[in-house]
Write a protein that binds this ligand. Structure first.
Ligand SMILES: C[S@@+](CC[C@H](N)C(=O)[O-])C[C@H]1O[C@@H](n2cnc3c(N)ncnc32)[C@H](O)[C@@H]1O
Length: 226
């Protein structure tokens, strides 16, 4: 087995005879978070990152080129669920922190248990539509990652970017077209969401791509705050 670096620091590709898998180095050796495989290579343990369960991994494997670095960032993460993608961010991040917002108390209980093992994850039970609920915990972040599957996805992101994203900071937004308008072609929905991000919130879209190979009718949009 061979471990190769990728353009994203802390994200690796593990090559065996007939497979290439995306992995991160396990911050809590011996522990699997969502049933993912653990693989040891040269004394280090890696967790396989499943692109069918994480839109970040799907975006990377879909060939997106402008995915920001995350290893040194303060990140606001909207819609953590039980922590599949946040756990891989936690593996990668060295000096930064991830402030994880989730509004379902049941889901948050499970995410909270994960944060007890991973000191760079900060759990916040709150509604991402109401940034004022958590503005006393967060001052300014380098990046916002959002995956909330709501009808007003671009607006939720825009409001959080206005409140917390530093100038020059970046955002990654997973868009689920079926949560916005089932009557429109996904392409149209993605175009409308980009329009909201740019014209209503003044964000610059630097890359967008469908991640259909992994999640049907989804796209990932990468933005920068001027
Ligand atoms: C698709 S799941 C997120 C999966 C997660 N990002 C991952 O990759 O591991 C969407 C999550 O967003 C949460 N959510 C939806 N709307 C929200 C809101 N307004 N505020 C906070 N969380 C929200 C849901 O409860 C759900 O857990």
């Amino acid at each position: 087995m061979k471990i190769n670096e990728t353009p994203i620091d802390g994200l690796f590709q593990l090559k065996s005879e007939n497979k290439t898998r995306l992995v991160t180095r396990n911050r809590v050796p011996g522990t699997s978070v969502y049933g993912e495989q653990l693989i040891s290579v040269k004394g280090a343990e890696y967790r396989v990152w499943d692109p069918y369960r994480s839109k970040f991994a799907a975006a990377f494997l879909s060939g997106m080129k402008k995915i920001p670095q995350i290893y040194d960032k303060q990140i606001l993460y909207l819609g953590t669920s039980t922590g599949t993608t946040p756990s891989h961010f936690s593996d990668i991040i060295e000096n930064g922190k991830i402030f994880g917002i989730e509004f379902s108390p049941k889901v948050m209980r499970k995410f909270f248990r994960l944060t007890e093992q991973r000191s760079n994850l900060v759990p916040i039970l709150a509604d991402a539509r109401r940034p004022e609920e958590y503005s006393s915990f967060i001052f300014e972040v380098d990046m916002i990652y959002q995956d909330v599957a709501q009808p007003d996805q671009a607006t939720i992101f825009g409001r959080n970017a206005q409140e917390f994203l530093k100038s020059g900071g970046e955002g990654i937004i997973a868009i689920k077209s079926q949560s916005i308008d089932v009557s429109l072609e996904p392409k149209e929905v993605f175009k409308n969401q980009i329009e909201v991000l740019e014209s209503v919130f003044g964000l610059k879209v630097i890359e967008s791509s469908s991640i259909d190979d992994f999640e049907k009718k989804h796209a990932v949009i990468i933005v920068k705050k001027p």
